[in-house]
Design a protein around this ligand. Structure first.
Ligand SMILES: [Zn+2]
Length: 389
C-alpha cells in the first residue's frame, strides 16, 4: 500500500521475481488503514459488522420467549457488540457523518430491544435504557489511550508519534487524518484546555489525575446534552418530568410481562399511537378521541385518566391499587394518587424520579400501571375494531 499520492503509476512492486499487487486498504491488527489515511473504509466495515451483530442479538431475544429481552439485549449489546464496534477506536476517528452512522446502529439496537416504533426519540430510548451515545463512550477509551501513551518512555514509537503530532500541531491535512483535532476536541469538551496546553508544551502531567477529571466533565456534558435534547422536544414535555438522568429503569426488567413493559415505555415516551399523536403526521386525522363524545384530544392524560369509555376499568384498577397500598400501610400514597392533579397521577402511574418510594411501593405502582394500561389498550382496540366494522 502506498500512502498518499502515487506519482509514478507505472511502477510495479516485486519480491524476487514475484509481482506484488498494490492495494488501497490494508487490515493491520484488526484496523483497516487506507492509503488516503481517512477512516471511512474502516468505519464502513465496522457498520457492516455491527449490523450482523444486531441481527444476531435480535435472533436470540426474539426466539427465546422465556428470557427478558431488555436484560439480555442490554447485556449482549454491551458485552459482545459494543466491544467489537469500538475495537481500537482510540486510533481511528471518522467524520461527523461516520459518527452519525455509528450512532444509528445503537439506536437501531435500542429500538429493537424495546420493540419501539421508528419515531421514538433517541433520548427516551437511551434515557430508559441508561445508554450513552457511542461517541461519548469512544471518547472515554481515547482518554485512557492518550493517558497510557503519555506514561510511556519518550523513546517509544506511540509516544514519539503523539509528541510530534502535537509539537508540529499537524493534522496531516493533506491526508485528512484528523486524530489531533479529535484529541483536542475531547479536551475542549472535557473543560481541560489547560491540560492540553500542558501536553502541547511538554509539561509533565503524570502526577495529575486528569483522566478521571476529564471523564467526569465529559459525562456531565453528556447528561447536559441529553437533558437539553429532551427539553427541546415538545413531544417529551411529560417525559422530562419523569426522568432527570439516563439510567436503566427497573420496570423494563420484568421477566413475565413484556407487553406491559412495551406499553409503559410507549406511554412514557409519548409514542403510543393515540389519535392526538397520529394527527401530527396524518392530515385527515383531527386528533379527537373517537371513543367518547367529550370532543377531547386523545392524548395520554385523556386516555389514562379522563376518557369515560374506560370508567369501568379505571374504577376497578383504582380499587385494586387502593387495597394493595392500604394492605401495606401506604395509605398516604393512595391519598396522594387519588387526590393528585393529572401531573401527579401521571408521574405516579408511569414512574418518576420525583417520586421515589420503597422497592415494595415501586413494585405495586409498576404492577398497577402495567395491568391498567394493558386493559385500557385491549379495550380501546376492541372498541375501534367495532367502530370500523
Ligand atoms: Zn375519550
Amino acid at each position: 500500500m502506498v500512502i498518499g499520492k502515487r506519482t509514478d503509476k507505472t511502477k510495479i512492486w516485486k519480491l524476487g521475481n514475484h509481482g506484488i499487487s498494490e492495494v488501497d486498504h490494508y487490515k493491520y491488527l484488526g484496523v483497516y488503514i487506507s492509503r488516503n489515511l481517512n477512516d471511512h473504509f474502516h468505519i464502513d466495515n465496522v457498520i457492516k459488522k455491527g449490523n450482523r451483530l444486531i441481527a444476531y442479538i435480535k435472533s436470540i431475544i426474539d426466539n427465546c420467549n422465556n428470557l427478558n429481552r431488555v436484560y439480555y439485549g442490554n447485556i449482549l449489546w454491551k458485552a459482545i457488540a459494543l466491544p467489537s464496534i469500538n475495537y481500537a477506536c482510540s486510533v481511528w476517528c471518522g467524520s461527523s457523518c461516520d459518527t452519525d452512522k455509528l450512532e444509528r446502529l445503537q439506536l437501531q439496537m435500542a429500538r429493537c430491544i424495546l420493540k419501539a416504533s421508528r419515531n421514538t426519540p433517541r433520548t427516551a430510548l437511551y434515557g430508559d435504557l441508561g445508554w450513552i451515545p457511542i461517541s461519548d463512550l469512544q471518547n472515554n477509551f481515547r482518554i485512557n489511550f492518550i493517558d497510557r501513551v503519555l506514561k510511556m518512555e519518550k523513546s517509544r514509537w506511540p509516544r514519539l508519534l503523539l509528541d510530534s503530532l502535537i509539537a508540529f500541531n499537524c493534522d496531516f491535512n493533506d491526508f485528512n487524518y484528523k486524530i489531533l483535532s479529535c484529541i483536542e476536541n475531547i479536551f475542549k469538551k472535557g473543560n481541560a484546555n489547560d491540560i492540553f496546553d500542558c501536553i502541547r508544551n511538554s509539561k509533565d502531567i503524570s502526577n495529575t489525575f486528569w483522566p478521571s477529571a476529564v471523564k467526569q466533565a465529559l459525562s456531565e456534558a453528556s447528561i447536559q446534552n441529553w437533558s437539553e435534547e429532551v427539553t427541546s422536544k415538545s413531544s417529551l414535555s411529560d417525559y422530562i418530568t419523569l426522568k432527570t438522568i439516563p439510567n436503566l429503569e427497573n420496570y423494563l426488567l420484568d421477566n413475565t410481562d413484556f407487553e406491559g413493559v412495551n406499553l409503559k415505555f410507549k406511554l412514557r415516551s409519548n409514542t403510543l399511537p393515540l389519535e392526538g399523536r397520529i394527527c401530527n403526521w396524518t392530515p385527515e386525522c383531527n386528533g379527537l378521541c373517537k371513543l367518547c363524545s367529550d370532543n377531547c384530544k386523545e392524548n395520554i392524560r385523556h386516555f389514562l385518566f379522563e376518557c369515560p369509555a374506560f370508567n369501568e376499568i379505571r374504577t376497578d384498577e383504582n380499587t385494586r391499587l387502593k387495597l394493595q397500598l392500604q394492605s401495606f400501610d401506604y395509605n398516604e400514597i393512595w391519598e396522594l394518587f387519588i387526590n393528585g392533579n393529572s401531573d401527579v397521577k401521571l408521574q405516579l402511574t408511569l414512574g418518576s424520579d420525583n417520586y421515589l418510594f420503597s422497592k415494595e411501593v415501586m413494585n405495586i405502582l409498576d404492577r398497577f400501571c402495567k395491568a391498567y394500561v394493558k386493559r385500557l389498550w385491549k379495550k380501546r382496540s376492541q372498541l375501534i375494531n367495532k367502530e370500523n366494522r
